[in-house]
Design a protein around this ligand. Structure first.
Ligand code: SF4
Length: 320
């Protein structure tokens, strides 16, 4: 039987502060979970332990994350100023100033992800959707603007041996009114083409299921789905595209069933304090950042982590 989406079980942002803690006698138990954390666990429990529980990451700037974060921020500012009634030139100038300030730390070694490509992409984004953008930023009944929305809600699952429930949390880039419906908008960028293969990555993504569920519980808004707002970023060009991913209630129930099962498995790992290696994931994408650790004998791994890696803990409940 499917678990019911727990309507009304939302938590005000700022009300919940603990993410990874010793809880109910379990060391290293993550009680506030987001899609990023669960995705790493699904990929490899050992990677989850190194990255999410211990907070290790390979040193250096990761261009997709650094540039992608800056792109989110400049588009968000541009959108916000337009919603507030500023003219396009004023909004664009402010977004470009922000791009320069965010670029001060650098975006790493990637010729497609630079200050130049960031400025060009926001200018071309504005030109591309100027005066004919069908996505209108949603304004809630209380006047709140539907941009950069953090959410948290209780999952209908208690931490075993306690009465405390797990929390699911995340962050929606934008909520938009479009073609008579209301949609979450997720901004994604890629160096690859915005083709069927690009959008197929999000057609059945757990991140999308979480957003649609959060819309219902936290924002009292029935979301028709999620719009992927894509940007292709090349050294000399930027291109844009969008595609709708629809979600119905039965999708959300299935998302919840799956999520609760993954949380149970994660709790099992935390109780046993054993994080198995999924060697099928070591070479996916550009390769796992912990290959240098796992390939060494177990007795010296901790020392390598401490010497070579930096600690930068992912905090899913950090307010934005
Ligand atoms: S190298 Fe492989 S086994 Fe080790 S953490 Fe990464 S994916 Fe897991």
């Amino acid at each position: 039987m499917s678990a019911e989406v727990p309507a009304g079980d939302k938590i005000e942002v700022g009300q919940f502060h603990s993410s990874i803690a010793a809880h109910g006698g379990k060391p290293s138990l993550q009680i506030a979970l987001d899609n990023t954390s669960l995705s790493v666990y699904k990929e490899c429990p050992r990677k989850y332990y190194y990255k999410i529980v211990c907070g290790y990451r390979a040193p250096g700037i990761r261009p997709p994350l650094a540039w992608g974060g800056a792109y989110h921020s400049v588009v968000e500012l541009y959108d916000l100023l337009i919603v507030k009634g500023e003219d396009e030139q004023t909004a664009l100038r402010a977004a470009i100033r922000l791009a320069f300030s965010l670029a001060e730390k650098g975006f790493g070694d990637d010729t497609a992800r630079t200050l130049t490509t960031l400025v060009r992409t926001i200018v071309w984004y504005a030109a591309n959707y100027r005066a004919r953008d069908p996505l209108k930023t949603h304004i809630f009944g209380n006047g709140k603007v539907g941009l950069e929305l953090s959410f948290r809600f209780y999952l209908p699952q208690t931490i075993s041996g306690t009465n405390d429930k797990y929390v699911y949390c995340g962050h929606i880039d934008k909520i938009s009114d479009y073609a008579g419906g209301t949609y979450a908008v997720e901004r994604k960028h890629s160096k690859g083409a915005l083709n069927d293969e690009f959008y197929a990555r999000y057609a059945f993504s757990a991140q999308i299921g979480g957003y649609a569920t959060a819309g219902k519980i936290c924002f009292d808004t029935e979301l028709s789905g999620v719009i992927i707002d894509g940007a292709q970023v090349l050294v000399n060009s930027s291109r844009f595209g969008r595609r709708v991913v629809h979600r119905v209630n039965s999708h959300l129930e299935e998302w919840l069933d799956d999520t609760l099962l993954w949380v149970k498995l994660l709790e099992g790992s935390a109780v046993a304090n054993y994080w198995q290696h999924n060697t099928e994931s070591c070479n996916k994408f550009s390769g796992c950042e912990f290959r240098e650790v796992c390939s060494k004998p177990p007795g010296i791994r901790e020392a390598i982590l401490r010497q070579v890696y930096v600690v930068e803990r992912w905090n899913p409940i950090e307010d934005r």
